[in-house]
Design a binder for this molecule. Structure first.
Ligand SMILES: [Zn+2]
Ligand SMILES: [Zn+2]
Length: 155
């Protein structure tokens, strides 16, 4: 699934979203699917407000409440992951069918790099061995400062 194209991933995410909405008797509104599509095709790490602005620019009639409410559902469905990267801003990213990864975050400009490292697998496996517990997800955030006064303009 990780090698699927973006449109394949979107299709699988839509199928999952559809069946979970049906199961929970939530309404399957076109706005909710448009939000999912925008996230899967165009967004990397984003906040709710910029998603709202983007949807408006694309001429979708969505309210902020719809954005927040849909993001909550998408997080519950494991289609979107919610991040707190130290600042007060909550960021989101698509997750279904995408490989797990970790983040390096510049505290000055907010620039985010992703990385994976197999050395972390051993630590996670050890944690999985603890009795009476199962791992839901792992997250490692490394906070950095770009060593340049101008870091915002570097990226
Ligand atoms: Zn920076
Ligand atoms: Zn990421």
């Amino acid at each position: 699934m990780e090698n699927d194209s973006l449109t394949d991933k979107l299709k699988k995410a839509k199928d999952r979203f559809k069946s979970i909405l049906e199961k929970n008797k939530n309404r399957k509104t076109p706005e909710r699917f448009a939000i999912l599509e925008e996230i899967y095709l165009n967004q990397t790490h984003f906040d709710a407000e910029s998603l709202y602005i983007k949807m408006k620019q694309n001429s979708y009639r969505v309210s902020r409440a719809t954005i927040y409410n849909t993001l909550d559902i998408l997080v519950e469905c494991d289609l979107v992951m919610r991040h707190q990267f130290g600042n007060n801003k909550t960021l989101y990213e698509k997750s279904y069918g995408f490989p797990e990864h970790h983040h390096i975050v510049c505290e000055q400009c907010g620039y985010i790099r992703e990385f994976t490292d197999e050395r972390l697998n051993g630590i996670v496996e050890d944690a999985a061995q603890l009795p009476n517990n199962e791992i839901n997800r792992t997250a490692l955030n490394i906070y950095t400062s770009c060593l340049d006064q101008d870091c915002v303009n570097l990226h």
